[in-house]
Design a binder for this molecule. Structure first.
Ligand code: NOJ
Length: 518
């Protein structure tokens, strides 16, 4: 759930906890098991809540603690688990710790909670006026900002998101408190923001290459800033806390690393339970790329005995319907992709709106809110196009997201009348109907969800065909995806679900089907 875009409960044009609670039955009907809610903590909202000023409170924009408790109770009543976002890499620059650090002397204990350093060469003629090292902010520009007394502080994202020092025990102890605070309130787990990045090289050495966000953290470019060996100690510490609670409590890390092997280290038996796997989200609509992404992902986590996860879209990426071609082609491919995604073994993360077939929206420059836009010198549009509020009903903006006459926080397209939940609920051929059917089958068929995957031999190069076996003995289920130009002939069997109508023996281009082999 990208909370500020899901549903507005108090009529101010921004999604909130009350709006989400009112729409929980929709999510239960959709057939998901759990929610991941993006940050709702007190925040100046420079990065829409990923700049946290108080990790144990609720921002008035989103509600209050009592409303959060009501949400958890209502979700649990409907059988939905609740995971919340934990943002440990950085705080807001309005967090009391950072304000204290700014008011304190260089090398003080208050500054040691963050990463403050002298400039590159403090003795040069300009007195250390160059940043301490060559690290780049993920949002563009140097990862360092100078304060009036001449020191610099590290921020891997916006300047208003100073990075914490995870070598400082006070920082670690405070996060223990935060974890316990939400676990005590009944959450089922956490999504850990920037999980690969908390610990930095002790000497803050220059990275050997220049990093840009599009690189997905390849290696040399982030050698000293990301994926440091000591980061795993944080997750061992948190695992002990999670395991000490009654019930199944879990943590899933945003481990934004291209190396599947490096990512697998985060889900060893005493660390995180799951790590996001972005390989499908990085792949084009191409059979070879998708198959390689699936194989590599499964192999890497199998080595450490953990399941892999799958995701096609998120609030940080271009929506996959658009990425796969947009328009009618994109719509067909997104339908097929949904059946591919939901046939894979291991947890699947859906991003709100993909079940409605929402495309990426081009936001007029004057309305862009993502800090990435300004920090990149307006060279990158930012992520707002994937964050447009959901259309619930009606024929004109704001489509029931907020009351008529109220401006939603991002403009909504004029041509979304056919994409609203209300419209699709009445249409058997809609994207929403397809997601519902697929999720319902995934819930009832033991060969989906868990179990193993094996590829069929002799499949045309531009098609995917694999069988899914249940963990225990039982019949297999087949998934076929045609990414080529020609129709694909299907193996004998009963079609349980197809992304296009009328599929029996042949699968048209840009389509997918689930079959029970006959
Ligand atoms: C990843 C989050 O998903 C993204 O939205 C945010 O900007 C960065 N982490 C920084 O917290």
């Amino acid at each position: 759930m990208y909370l500020r875009s899901f549903a507005d409960g108090n009529g101010d044009g921004t999604g909130d906890l009350a709006g989400l609670r009112a729409r929980l039955p929709y999510l239960a009907d959709l057939g998901v098991d759990a929610l991941w809610i993006t940050p709702f903590y007190p925040s100046p909202m420079v990065d829409h809540g990923y700049d946290v000023a108080d990790p144990r409170g609720v921002d008035p924009l989103f509600g209050d603690l009592a409303e959060f408790d009501r949400l958890v109770t209502a979700a649990h009543r409907l059988g939905l688990r609740v995971t919340v976002d934990l943002v440990p890499n950085h705080t807001s620059d309005r967090h009391p710790w950072f304000l204290e650090a700014l008011a304190s002397a260089a090398w003080s204990a208050a500054r040691d909670r963050y990463i403050f350093r002298e400039g590159h060469d403090p003795d040069d003629a300009r007195g250390g006026s160059r940043p301490p090292n060559n690290w780049e902010s993920n949002f563009g520009g140097p990862a360092w900002t100078r304060v009036p007394d001449g020191q610099w502080y590290l921020h891997s994202f916006a300047a208003q998101q100073p990075d914490l020092n995870w070598r400082n025990e006070e920082v670690a102890a405070d996060y223990d408190r935060t974890l316990r605070c939400w676990l005590d309130r009944g959450v089922d787990g956490f999504r850990v923001d920037v999980a690969h990045g908390l610990v930095k090289d002790r000497q803050l050495r220059d990275n050997p290459g220049r990093y840009t966000w599009e690189m997905h953290g390849h290696g040399a470019e982030t050698r000293y800033s990301w994926d440091q060996p000591e980061v795993h100690e944080v997750y061992r510490r948190w695992r002990v806390i999670l395991d000490s609670y009654i019930g199944d409590r879990m943590a899933v890390g945003e481990v934004y690393l291209a190396s599947t092997a490096a990512r697998a280290r985060y889900v060893r038996h005493d660390e995180l339970h799951l790590a996001f796997n972005f390989h499908l989200a990085w792949a084009d609509w191409d059979a070879g790329q998708l198959r390689a992404a699936i194989d590599e992902s499964l192999a890497a986590t199998a080595e450490v005995g953990a399941p892999t996860t799958w995701v096609l879209s998120s609030h940080d990426a271009v929506r996959h319907l658009t990425r796969f071609g947009g328009g009618e082609v994109g719509r067909r491919r997104a339908r097929a992709a949904a059946l591919l995604l939901l046939a894979l073994p291991g947890p699947v993360y859906l991003y709100q709106g993909e079940e409605l077939g929402l495309p990426q929206v081009e936001i007029p420059p004057a309305a862009i809110q993502d800090p990435l836009y300004e920090r990149s010198g307006r060279s990158r549009p930012g992520r707002d196009g994937a964050r447009v509020p959901l259309p619930w009903s009606g024929t004109v903006p704001p489509y029931g997201f907020c009351p008529d006459g109220v401006e939603p926080w991002l403009p909504m397209p004029a041509d979304w009348a056919a994409l609203t939940v209300a419209e699709q609920q009445g249409d058997d051929d809609s994207m929403l109907a397809l997601y519902r059917r697929a999720l319902a089958l995934r819930r009832t068929q033991p060969e989906l969800g868990g179990g193993s995957l094996s590829w069929y031999a002799d499949t045309p190069a531009d098609c995917l065909l694999f069988s899914r076996q249940p963990e225990r003995a039982g019949s297999a289920l087949l998934c076929a995806v045609n990414l080529g130009a020609e129709p694909m002939s299907l193996p004998e069997g009963e079609v349980l679900l197809a992304s296009e109508p009328g599929v029996v023996r042949e699968l048209p281009r840009d389509a997918a089907a689930w079959l029970r082999p006959g």
